[in-house]
Design a protein around this ligand. Structure first.
Ligand code: ZN
Length: 212
């Protein structure tokens, strides 16, 4: 079994997610964009031990706090897929552009690829490569819990922006329709911003990718 806690971080209210294995209380922190004291408080409140940091994509509100948190907790960083290397390398420029402080460029311990798995205690997350918002964006899926962490691919009633460098609208739509929706209508997802939804609800009602 897994449990999750969403921690909104950065001025962009990005949904950093603490996800843990209830049996072992081993955890991952997904997308620690910043506000590390808030993330640490959530870790302490849950009483879990973080074993790795996972990154969906290289935007600063998702990855800006990763290097510092990895050093503090002495854990590896896994993800995104390496097509996002230019975003991670440009972290200081992103930092300047958006007025963030204390942000460092980094190279993850492990790049992730479509079909990879990541362990969390006794649990396993599946990795899906979902380009479009960024070319190296990945999504994490737990089949048993019917839960996906989709970063900035899909939102309630909306989809990720594709006007950034190397963004691609057709790739994004394709990622949602051929990678995410086939996981099942019952799958709940946590987005990078805003409330949760399910793939079934978006498949019916989302004006960008809906079939309703
Ligand atoms: Zn983004």
């Amino acid at each position: 079994m897994i449990e999750t806690r969403v921690i909104p971080v950065t001025p962009f209210e990005q949904n950093c997610t603490l996800l843990w294995c209830t049996a072992s209380r081993q955890a991952v922190v997904v997308d620690p964009g910043g506000d590390l004291p808030r993330i640490q408080a959530a870790i302490d409140a849950a009483g879990v031990t973080v074993e790795r940091i996972l990154i969906t994509h290289g935007h600063i509100d998702h990855a800006g706090g990763a290097a510092q948190l990895a050093r503090t907790l002495n854990v590896p960083i896994e993800g995104p897929q390496e097509e996002d290397a230019f975003w991670l390398a440009g972290m200081p420029e992103q930092s300047e552009m958006f007025g963030f402080s204390g942000v460092e460029a980094f190279t993850p311990t492990r790049w992730l690829h479509d079909g990879d798995t990541v362990s969390v205690g006794q649990e396993t997350l599946q990795v899906l490569h979902t380009p479009g918002h960024t070319p190296g964006h990945v999504v994490f899926f737990h089949p048993g819990a019917r839960l996906a962490l989709v970063g900035d691919v899909l939102f309630v009633g909306s989809i990720g922006r594709t006007d950034f460098p190397r963004g691609d609208y057709d790739d994004l739509i394709n990622s949602i329709r051929t990678k995410l929706f086939p996981l099942g209508d019952d799958v709940r997802f946590i987005s990078g911003h805003g409330p949760d939804s399910t793939f079934g609800r978006e498949r019916l009602h989302n004006p960008y990718v809906g079939e309703g």
